[in-house]
Design a protein around this ligand. Structure first.
Ligand code: NAI
Length: 465
């Protein structure tokens, strides 16, 4: 089967960029991305490419090239499903906030809604692709819904998890380490796998396209995120030992990273990992392990999250204790709110927890982030429900200018590793601060020696004083 039309349900951080790249690389395929969120679709269609709902370096030029040619953003979900030979499901799968599995299991209600809508609308055979990250064995639930509520048409379910990293999504999509496609072991399942292989083969070398059974594919995505997050928690655990012993975490990371079995990547100590996926996917893995009675396996992976929580809390505790055990009424400037550089995504960003802790100590916070808008920052804090919305707006202010944010502050906390922070006029910032002027570098990006020379008192994660 040659695919002529694709529909993607969910125009978020994954659906938008992945479909933009497929459309760019496959001009012969019409790709329609649909979403229930009309304002998000409107933003994808905005003539001003600065208003795209997802900021990713390089994404604007791909959208410019493909949008209107063979890339369409629409709210007409039924029509797009009806027309499509292949349907990607790329909706959110957050941690459940209610009922059984609350706080752990993946909430699959959006996935189920998609499956039911596909079943209702489809009148010809279709290939349905799980792009969302899903618990292992979800494909059988989707298949069950499609087969029992549909119009008698044939569905093949594929698992094609997305490994892009936010901030480098376009590069990751253009040049992936691997593409993973899982499907049924039947003849029809294998044919469906090949159909999707052919799409990726338009720009990805065939040897980097892996095919597996559907369960391996689903579980590989959770495993990949668990391993990545575990590396961060492992290096962060060592960072605390470094601070007590005088070892330097960057030196330790370099020394172990040169061991080819360990490798140098993902060994940067920090205030903790964030993002929509790591925590959610590990919790999901823990839940799956518990469901099968594998309590030791569950405990093992849960520790990765506990360590991450500890890292965020000890960062804010350290700010309070260093500022003479009180931050009440003191201004603390936050440089960065996004969970990492080069994205406007703030989901699970460590900045949120650190801010929440400091606000509970009655600190006054001024935030500057080059890409995150004010409403997002307040929404992140309000969501925690720790204090009233008024109190959040009284205690925390958002600034459009980093020098303004730092002016008259007692301390600066670096929460995101934006490159621009490295080239600020730090002397000017120092001159306008209360003394002693403290810097807490939660990302280890600033030149500590240069800052100390200016007069700053510096704390860097993983480096003793
Ligand atoms: P997102 O929240 O940015 O986007 C999901 C979109 O789906 C939203 O715009 C929502 O309105 C829409 N949606 C939900 N239900 C719908 C329905 N029934 N019909 C139409 N639209 C619907 O989420 P994001 O970040 O794109 O993640 C999507 C999936 O991809 C998740 O399972 C996530 O775990 C996975 N993933 C995310 C990565 C990331 O870096 N954000 C990387 C790899 C996988």
């Amino acid at each position: 089967m040659k695919i002529k039309t694709i529909c993607c349900i969910g125009a978020g951080y994954v659906g938008g960029p992945t479909m933009a790249v497929i459309a760019q690389k496959c001009p012969h395929i019409k790709v329609t991305v649909v979403d229930v969120n009309a304002s998000r679709i409107a933003a994808w269609n905005d003539n001003d490419l600065n208003n795209l709902p997802v900021f990713e370096p390089g994404l604007d030029s791909i959208i410019k090239e493909a949008r209107g040619r063979n890339l369409i953003f629409s709210t007409n979900i039924d029509q797009a499903i009806d027309e499509a030979d292949m349907i990607f499901i790329s909706v959110n799968t957050p941690t459940k906030t209610y009922g059984k599995g609350k706080g752990m299991a993946a909430d699959l209600k959006y996935i189920e809604l998609c499956a039911r809508q596909i079943a209702k609308v489809a009148k010809q055979d279709k290939i349905v692709v799980e792009k969302s990250t899903l618990p292992v064995r979800t494909a059988s639930a989707i298949k069950n819904i499609l087969d029992n509520t549909g119009n008698g048409v044939q569905f093949q379910i594929l698992s094609n998890p997305e490994f892009l990293a936010e901030g480098t999504a376009v590069q990751d999509l253009l040049n992936p380490d691997r593409v993973l496609i899982g499907g049924d072991t039947t003849k029809e399942g294998q044919a469906a796998i090949q159909t999707l292989v052919e799409i990726y083969a338009n720009w990805v070398p065939k040897e980097r396209i892996l095919t597996t059974n559907v369960w391996s594919s689903e579980l590989s995505k959770l495993t990949a995120n668990a391993f990545l997050a575990q590396r961060v928690s492992s290096i962060n655990a060592m960072s605390e030992i470094c601070e007590k012993t005088g070892a330097d975490i960057d030196e330790v990371a370099r020394a172990i990273g040169m061991d080819s079995r360990i490798g140098p990547k993902f060994l940067k100590a920090s205030v903790g990992f964030g993002g929509s996926c790591f925590q959610k996917d590990i919790l999901n893995l823990v839940y799956i392990a518990k469901t099968y009675g594998l309590n030791e396996v569950a405990d093992y992976w849960e520790q990765v999250i506990l360590m991450n929580d500890h890292q965020k809390n000890r960062f804010s505790d350290n700010i309070v204790s260093t500022l003479y055990n009180t931050v009440s009424g003191k201004k603390i400037a936050f440089l960065g709110w996004a969970f990492k550089k080069d994205t406007n995504d703030t989901r699970e960003s460590p900045a949120i927890k650190v801010a929440d802790n400091l606000l509970s100590e009655q600190a006054s916070i001024a935030v500057y982030d080059p890409k995150v808008v004010e409403e997002r920052i307040y929404a992140d804090l309000d969501y925690l429900n720790t204090r009233s919305e008024e109190a959040n707006r009284t205690l925390l202010h958002v600034s459009k200018d980093p020098y303004e944010a730092c002016k008259d502050s007692h301390a600066i906390a670096v929460l995101t590793e934006w490159d621009e922070f490295k080239i600020y006029d730090w002397q000017k910032i120092y001159d306008n601060m209360h003394k002693p002027a403290f810097i807490f570098d939660g990302r280890g990006i600033l030149d500590k020696k240069a800052l100390q020379k200016i007069g700053f008192v510096c704390y860097t994660i993983g480096k003793g004083s």
